[in-house]
Design a binder for this molecule. Structure first.
Ligand code: OSB
Ligand code: MG
Length: 390
C-alpha cells in the first residue's frame, strides 16, 4: 500500500464517536439487474467525530443480499458490534492503521469500506487535503458513463438508452440476464452502431449457459462484466479464452489478492474497482496499482451512491490507471433530492468534476439526511463502556 498517505507530519485522530444512519431513498426510476429490482435504495451513512470535526462515509450494502452477501442489516451489525469497538475512543493515524485494526473481522468488506471512507474524509479535513490529493489522483474531471437497468423490452431499452445519449452520456452499460441478453444488446447496437457499449450480467450465467454470450463477440462491446459466479475466477478464465471481447470482473475481485489471481490466471482483461467491494479505498488503490503494473485497465464501478459515495468514487476515478469511463453518473440520474448540499453534474464531454475541497469535499444536508433515515445510532466511548461486560 505504498503511495498512500504521502504526508510529512502524521496527524493522530482520536475517534470520539461513530454515528450510523440507515437510509432509504427513492430512486428517480427503478433499477433492475439480473438479481433484482430496486425502487428505494438503502444504505448506511457513517459519521465519525474527532476533535470537533466530522467525517462521513457511505456503506453501499443494499437491502437484499443480491449483489453481495452483505446487506444494510448485516453491515449495521458488523459496524456496531465489531468495527466501532475497534476504533471508538482510539487514536487512529490513517486507513492503513484502520485496516490493521479490523483485520480480524473476516469479510464484510462493504461494512469496513464505509467506515474507512469516513476516516479518509476526517483525515482530509484535518490535513486540509482533498481525497483526490491523498489517493494520488491526477485528473480534475473524469470520464463517466451510465448503467442502464433491465427494461421491459428491447424497444424500451433502445428508447431509454437514447434518452441518456441525448443527456450527454458517451458510454452506455446495459444489464443482461439469461433470456434478456443478445437481443437487447443487438437492438441497442443496431440503433447506435458507434457508441461505447458494454454489458453487465451480475453473475447470471454458468458454464452450462454461457454459450449464448458468444454472439456478443460480434457487437463490438467494450467489455462483458461479470458473466459467471462471483467465487469463480477460474471459469472466467475458460470463458475469456473463448471470447475476443474483454471479460471484466466486478463481484469476483474482493481484494488485491483476488485481483492478482485473476491477472495470473488471465481470467479477465479489465477490472471494475469498487472501494466497497474490496474493503476500502486503500485496497482499491492497491488494486489500481497492481493492474497498472500489468497494463490492465481499470474503471470505477458504482452502487447507486448518494453524494457521499459519489464524491469518493470521483476521487478514486481520478487516478491514472482508470482508463475507461466509470459508472459514476450525475446526481439527477439517481435522486431528485440528495443528502449532500452539492450535486454532481454531467459536463458536455461526458465527464464529472472531481471535488477539490478537503476530504470528500462535500457537506451534508442534515434535514434531508434526517428525512430519509430509518434508524440512527450514536456510539461514543461511553456507550461502548456501558455495553461491554466488566
Ligand atoms: O454491478 O455494477 C453493478 C448497481 C448496484 C449493484 C451492482 C451494480 C450496480 C450498477 C449501478 O451497475 C452503477 C451506478 O451506480 O450507476
Ligand atoms: Mg457490475
Amino acid at each position: 500500500m505504498d503511495g498512500l498517505n504521502r504526508t510529512e507530519e502524521t496527524i493522530i485522530m482520536k475517534i470520539d464517536s461513530l454515528t450510523l444512519y440507515h437510509l432509504q431513498m427513492p430512486l428517480v426510476a427503478p433499477f433492475e439487474t439480473s438479481f433484482g429490482r430496486t425502487t428505494d435504495r438503502e444504505c448506511i451513512i457513517i459519521a465519525i467525530e474527532s476533535e470537533g470535526q466530522v467525517g462521513y462515509g457511505e456503506c453501499v450494502a443494499e437491502k437484499d443480499p443480491g449483489y453481495s452477501y452483505e446487506t444494510a442489516g448485516t453491515a449495521w451489525h458488523i459496524i456496531k458490534d465489531f468495527i466501532a469497538q475497534a476504533i471508538v475512543g482510539v487514536d487512529i493515524k490513517d486507513a492503513i492503521e484502520f485496516q490493521k485494526r479490523v483485520e480480524r473481522i473476516r469479510g464484510h468488506h462493504l461494512a469496513k469500506a464505509g467506515v474507512e471512507m469516513a476516516l479518509w474524509d476526517l483525515q482530509g479535513k484535518h490535513e486540509g487535503r482533498s481525497l483526490k490529493a491523498m489517493l494520488g489522483g491526477i485528473h480534475d474531471r473524469v470520464k463517466v458513463g451510465v448503467s442502464v437497468g433491465l427494461q421491459s423490452s428491447p424497444a424500451a431499452l433502445v428508447e431509454t438508452v437514447g434518452e441518456y445519449l441525448e443527456t450527454g452520456y458517451q458510454r452506455i452499460k446495459i444489464k443482461i440476464k439469461p433470456g434478456r441478453d443478445v437481443d437487447d444488446a443487438q437492438a441497442v447496437r443496431k440503433k447506435y452502431p458507434d457508441i461505447k457499449l458494454q454489458v453487465d450480467a451480475n453473475s447470471a450465467y454458468s458454464l452450462q449457459t454461457w454459450q449464448v454470450l458468444k454472439a456478443l463477440d460480434y457487437l463490438s462491446l467494450l467489455l462483458i462484466e461479470q458473466p459467471l459466479n462471483e467465487d469463480d475466477i477460474w471459469d472466467h478464465r475458460l470463458l475469456q479464452k473463448q471470447m475476443n471481447t474483454p471479460i471484466c470482473l466486478d463481484e469476483s475481485i474482493i481484494s488485491p489478492r483476488h485481483a492478482r489471481y485473476a491477472l495470473e490466471m488471465e481470467a479477465c482483461k479489465i477490472i471494475n474497482i469498487k472501494a466497497g467491494r474490496v474493503g476500502g479505498l486503500s485496497q482499491a488503490v492497491a488494486i489500481h496499482d497492481l493492474c497498472r503494473g500489468h497494463n490492465i485497465p481499470v474503471w470505477c464501478g458504482g452502487m447507486l451512491e448518494t453524494g457521499v459515495g459519489r464524491a469518493s468514487n470521483l476521487a478514486l476515478a481520478s487516478l491514472p490507471g482508470f482508463l475507461l469511463p466509470g459508472d459514476i453518473s450525475a446526481s439527477d440520474r439517481y435522486y431528485a433530492e440528495d443528502i449532500t448540499n452539492e450535486r454532481f453534474f454531467l459536463n458536455q464531454d461526458s465527464t464529472i468534476d472531481v471535488p477539490a475541497e478537503p476530504g470528500l469535499g462535500i457537506t451534508i444536508n442534515l434535514q434531508v439526511l434526517k428525512k430519509y433515515t430509518l434508524t440512527k445510532l450514536i456510539i461514543g466511548s461511553k456507550e461502548l463502556r456501558s455495553s461491554s461486560r466488566g
